[in-house]
Ligand binder design. Sequence first.
Ligand code: 13P
Length: 256
Amino acid sequence: MVRKTLIAGNWKMNGLQEDGVALAKGVALEAKKRARKDCEFLVCPPFTLLTSVKKALKGSRVMLGAQDCHYAASGAHTGDVSPVMLKDLGCQYVIVGHSERRTNHYETNELVAKKASAAIEAGLKVIICIGETEAERDAGKTIDVCSAQIMGSVPENATAANTVIAYEPVWAIGTGRTPTANEVEDVHAAIRKVISKKLGRANANKMRILYGGSMKPSNAKELLALPDVDGGLIGGASLKVADFMAIAAACPTLTK
Ligand code: 13P
C-alpha cells in the first residue's frame, strides 16, 4: 500500500477569471465535504489563473499545478514561465510532455526530460505524459512507443516521490474513446517495467501511473480499479465540479 490515488484535472486552455475561480472553489468545497480523505486532488489551470485559483484553494486539500514550464530558471525566453517561478507562486506540480505540446509545439523527449529535470530541481513534482497515436496503436507499436518515451522523457533525478507518469493515448484525448480496461492495464504494467529498468524496482513499485484520455464518471470505476492505474489525469470532465468529483468518488481503492 504505497501508491496514493491522485485525481488530477488538466484544465488546458480553458477558464476566465470568474469561472476559473468558481470551479476551483467548487472543487475545494466538494473535496472537503464528500471525498474520502486519503486520495489526493490536483488542479492544473492555465497560467493566467494560477494566482486566483491559488487564493480560491487556500486552506483546502486541493493542490495546485501548472501545465508546462521552461527548463531554465530565468532569462531571455519571451513568453515562457520557469519552474522556479511556478514554485515561487505556490504550485506543487507541473505537467510536462503533454501530447498537445509534443504535437503543437514540437516538443521532443529530450526537451521534456530537460523540463522535468529542472522542475524537480526547483522543488516541484512533475507529471510526465506519454502515449501513442492511433497509427502507432494500429501498427502494434503502443508498448514500444511508450517505452521509448519513458526512457527519453524521464530524467535521471526522477524518483517515485517527485514524479508521476500519465499514460494518455493520443487518440483517446477529447474523443470519448478509450482503450479497453485490459489494454490500459497491459500498457500501465509495461510502463512500470520500463520505469524499473530506468530507475530501479523500488521507484517503479512506488511511482504513480495515471490514466488520461476521455476519463469520465461512467468509465472511472473500471479504469481506476486496475492494479497499475493509480489515478487519472482528466481534461474535459475536470471542467465540471460534479463530473470531477464523481470520478474521485468512483475510485474503488485509495492506495495500491
Ligand atoms: P480529456 O479528458 O478531455 O480526454 O483530456 C485528457 C487529457 O489530455 C488530460 O491531460
